[in-house]
Design a binder for this molecule. Structure first.
Ligand code: NAD
Length: 257
């Protein structure tokens, strides 16, 4: 088992990538702290893990709130004695997110609060816990839109994921000698509620699919496997990476620096 004896905290673990990662990490031996604003979904994730014989606890947390982020780390250390893996995965893409002209400031502010401040606060309170454990792995969920322009306008979301990627690189450099690795998981478009709600017509979905060399949307389970690699010692020499799991989009459209 690749996470035997480890303690992992995953935000946004009530659904999608976070839930699949929680289930997979637990199956690989981790004790998992399921953090989310969604009580019902979070408890379902815990129930699924326990049913399979794994260990998990739910904590209600809004990652945009400082006190909640502090409290979720306390739950990890109080319940399981330490923290080894921090997966800052919670993120939102709001319906009103469009081009710069049409997007409201409220949409911009809320997107930044969850997607950017949430990762910052996760690190602010998670890094001291990882230090106490002698090091660990941080995974921040960014997106392929952090490295190329999206064909469907979503200006606040795109800017927020660019910030997550830049933040990840700096964190990786600053904390490398503390045995803390920090990587950005950059999923391509996935068949999840988040994206399907946004690409809500067949025309919009097809416009996105045209750009994916694999010709299909990815699955949350596929992102969980990538996250497992970054969480485990299998990636022991990997830090500061823009870890793309994107069906080949960036290979088709992005020229490496
Ligand atoms: P999802 O909507 O299925 O899951 C997101 C989870 O985050 C939900 O359980 C939600 O309750 C939780 N959440 C939202 N705001 C929160 C907050 N303030 N505090 C705590 N929890 C909060 O979406 P997903 O596709 O699994 O997304 C996970 C991550 O992957 C996000 O950061 C998203 O931006 C990113 N991502 C998704 C795609 C995609 O195509 N779905 C592509 C690239 C990146």
């Amino acid at each position: 088992m690749r996470l035997e004896g480890k303690v992992a905290l995953i935000t946004g673990a009530a659904s999608g990538i976070g839930r699949e990662s929680a289930v997979l990490f637990a199956a690989e031996g981790a004790s998992v702290v399921v953090a989310d604003m969604d009580d019902k979904g979070g408890r379902q994730t815990v129930a699924e893990i326990e049913k399979a014989g794994g260990k998990a606890v739910f904590v209600r947390a809004d990652v945009s709130q400082n006190a909640d982020c502090r409290a979720m780390m306390e739950v990890a250390e109080r319940t399981y004695g330490k923290l080894n893996v921090l997966f800052n995965n919670a993120g939102i893409m709001l319906g009103g997110d469009d081009d710069a002209v049409s997007t409201g400031e409220d949409v911009w502010e809320r997107t930044m609060a969850v997607n950017v401040r949430g990762v910052f606060l996760g690190c602010k309170h998670g890094i001291p816990a990882l230090r106490r454990a002698g090091g660990g792995s941080i995974i921040n969920t960014a997106s392929f839109v952090a490295v190329l322009g999206a064909a469907t306008p979503q200006i606040a979301y795109t800017a927020s994921k660019g910030a997550v990627l830049a933040m990840t690189r700096e964190l990786a450099v600053i904390h490398a000698r503390e045995n803390i690795r920090v990587n950005a998981l950059c999923p391509g478009p996935l068949k999840t509620e988040l994206l399907m709600k946004f690409l809500n017509t067949e025309e919009k979905r097809q416009r996105r699919l045209v750009h994916i060399p694999m010709g299909r949307f990815g699955e949350s389970k596929e992102m969980a496997k990538a996250a497992l690699f970054l969480a485990s010692d299998d990636s022991s020499y990997t830090t500061g990476a823009t870890f793309l799991a994107d069906g080949g989009i960036t290979a088709a459209y992005v020229t490496p620096l």
